[in-house]
Ligand binder design. Structure first.
Ligand code: SF4
Length: 95
């Protein structure tokens, strides 16, 4: 991503363990000129891992829950989505 401040950082920094400290990556994001674009991308693509646009996984889940409530649509937590098996996308059932 052009102008991304994190481009020269260790990617591991932006993927702390669940419940781990995300203070440093969030501080880096606060200085990033593409922060809003980054956050929008993560929300649009249901990115559930890591720090994106200065938000943690939990914060993005809250944003998506609030957006769903404002639109009057059901909120589907990414953690509740059924896993997609690669082979299931392009196979036909016998009929
Ligand atoms: S806002 Fe996005 S692109 Fe910018 S530093 Fe944070 S993670 Fe990287």
């Amino acid at each position: 991503m052009r102008h991304a401040v994190c481009a020269g950082c260790d990617p591991e920094l932006f993927f702390p363990e669940r419940g781990g400290d995300s203070t440093t990556p969030k501080a880096i994001c606060r200085t990033c000129p593409v922060r809003q674009d980054c956050l929008n991308w993560a929300l649009d693509h249901h990115e559930i891992h890591g720090v994106w646009g200065g938000t943690s996984e939990r914060e993005r889940r809250m944003i998506r829950r609030e957006r769903a409530a404002r639109r009057g649509i059901p909120f589907i937590d990414d953690d509740d989505r059924l896993p997609v098996r690669p082979g299931s996308l392009f196979t036909r059932s016998a009929s």
